[in-house]
Design a protein around this ligand. Sequence first.
Ligand SMILES: [Zn+2]
Length: 244
Amino acid sequence: MNGPEITVEVAPELRLFVPHERRGGPTPLVTDGASTLGHVIESLGIPLTEAGTLLVNGDPVARSHVPGPGEHVDVRAVERPQQLPGAPLRFLLDVHLGTLARRLRLLGVDAAYENEDIGDPALAALSARERRVLLSRDRGLLRRREIWAGAYVYSDRPQEQLRDVLGRFAPALAPWTRCTACNGALAVAAKDTVSGLLERGTQEAYDVFAQCTRCDRVYWRGAHHGHLETIVSEAVREFGGATA
Ligand SMILES: [Zn+2]
């Protein structure tokens, strides 16, 4: 490119996305003089889902701003908690985030997830159709224009992924109200209506049951392994919400 030279400074949280030589502080960049700031940021490797306020010489500008010679651009990280317009907060997770999907459901957060890889175009279309925030570690997927909203998941460890998403979007928590297998809502079930689905020992030991309204899977108090209880209690302690 042979256009104006600008200076770009990327927030520390976003430096993992940019080439190594741009991670230290402000660096010069020659643009083509026609591209928007949004395009320039994407071409550096930063998904636009992760860019927050953009400053030119200290003043906020829109992504459609076309940078001119000598401008100093600050790229801030997205604000936490992030506010999204309209629509109840719902998520869609890509095929690599099954454990995170189950943990969000455990906390009552609406988290759609396909066990099979349905492909990027289908995922993006689903995000648009159902107005779901697409969660992914795939930058290419997050660049797709048709997604309604998206967020990069910063860690590859489920425990940190959960903290990342809860901290970023602050969803209302309602533990033990959603089926971890299919994302359906749970409803209280009378013992005699579900007894045919239970082993004898479970029938005798428990009285309070819930059943998935979508896949009929039955849940009961005490069915949860200790580590699920720990996930719930830690999430509730740190991120609030009601306990079921
Ligand atoms: Zn279910």
